[in-house]
Design a protein around this ligand. Structure first.
Ligand SMILES: [Zn+2]
Length: 99
């Protein structure tokens, strides 16, 4: 079955707690525009690593290889529950790491 973009559920439905942490962390980091994006992000599947504690997930279609020159990482301080890093390409959040 082919998945269409609209078939992906909102991150705020799949992982409401983590979406809340993203918004809080991005705002605290001065990334208000990215924080505003979180409510519209769609869940593109979880990280495929084997770690039990990893709750990382994709927020854009997966790409093979590197993200390219427009890519940056933002480490967020959300307290002691998770280590959170968001991957941003140009102006879009593409992956959220919850380690
Ligand atoms: Zn993982």
């Amino acid at each position: 079955m082919v998945e269409h973009l609209t078939d992906y559920r909102l991150v705020s439905e799949v992982e409401p707690e983590l979406a809340g942490l993203l918004i809080k962390g991005l705002r605290a980091a001065g990334e208000g525009e990215l924080a505003d994006q979180v409510s519209q992000l769609r869940y593109h599947g979880r990280c495929e690593c084997d770690s039990d504690s990893c709750r990382s997930f994709y927020t854009a279609p997966r790409t093979d290889g590197a993200y390219g020159p427009g890519h940056r990482n933002i480490t967020l301080d959300v307290g002691d529950t998770h280590m959170v890093v968001v991957d941003v390409v140009e102006a879009d959040i593409v992956f959220a790491e919850f380690i």
